[in-house]
Design a binder for this molecule. Structure first.
Ligand code: SAH
Length: 226
């Protein structure tokens, strides 16, 4: 990633570093790699120009098609829960703006990301090309069925909330792999972390959250409202 190109000339560096200090470190995020990645990725480039001044605030923002870019803290919590070391093959469901995808590209070895709404994916692709993100493969489709061609994955992250963990994603999680997914009702979920230890799937649920709907064969049905 050509993030260096934004050093110095980056008007938003100050609010970004402040966001990391107060919203992430101030609330208990400790993984140094997650902290460094979020200091680097220019989040303001993943929202439309009129919203850039709000890009480092403590909430999600609209990205069109009734979808949102996740709150910075939630991006950090999910990345931290994955415990990435740097060489993982990772699957992301719900590319959205591509912001979290770009953060993950710095934390894992290879990222595969699926988005169901084509115009959203095209914008994310453009932003990532601008930044020179190279270790990310993108596709339009229903991520609840996973991406079998490249399975198994060392890590799987789902950025939209579903009623339960999609079975195909469990099947595509490598032994020793981890998955983070918000699970619950349509208007509120809890973050679930699943570890495949080879015999059983160990599950931990901690952070309450509110994500947009995971729509697909193993998620919520399509009802015209995304
Ligand atoms: N982390 C992203 C969040 C995007 S919002 C960001 O920071 O920008 C979640 C995205 O998941 C939306 O763009 C939505 O269209 C997408 N989505 C919902 N259900 C999906 C599915 N079954 N497969 C792929 N993408 C899905």
């Amino acid at each position: 990633m050509k993030l260096g190109a934004y050093e110095g000339g980056d008007l938003f560096k100050k609010p970004r570093l402040e966001m990391v200090e107060t919203q992430l470190i101030g609330r208990g995020i400790t993984d140094p790699r997650v902290i460094e990645a979020m200091r680097l990725v220019p989040r303001h480039l993943f929202v439309e120009e009129a919203l850039r001044y709000k890009a480092y605030e403590d909430y999600p923002l609209p990205i069109g098609e009734k979808q949102t870019i996740s709150q910075p803290y939630m991006v950090a919590v999910m990345c931290e829960h994955l415990g990435l070391k740097g060489d993982e093959k990772l699957l992301e469901i719900g590319t959205g703006s591509g912001y979290q995808t770009a953060v993950l590209s710095l934390l894992a070895g290879q990222v595969y990301s699926i988005e169901r709404i084509a115009p959203i994916l095209f914008r994310a692709r453009k932003t990532m090309e601008l930044l020179g993100v190279h270790n990310v493969a993108l596709k339009v489709g229903d991520g609840t069925i996973g991406w079998a061609d490249f399975a198994p994955y060392d890590a799987i992250i789902v950025s939209a909330g579903g009623p339960d963990t999609p079975k195909p994603l469990l099947e595509q999680l490598a032994v020793g792999g981890r998955m983070v997914i918000p699970v619950g009702g349509e208007f509120g979920q809890i973050l679930r972390t699943i570890v495949n230890d080879g015999r059983v799937y160990k599950t931990l649920e901690d952070t309450p959250c509110t994500f947009v709907r995971l729509v697909g064969r193993y998620g919520w049905p399509e009802n015209g409202e995304n």
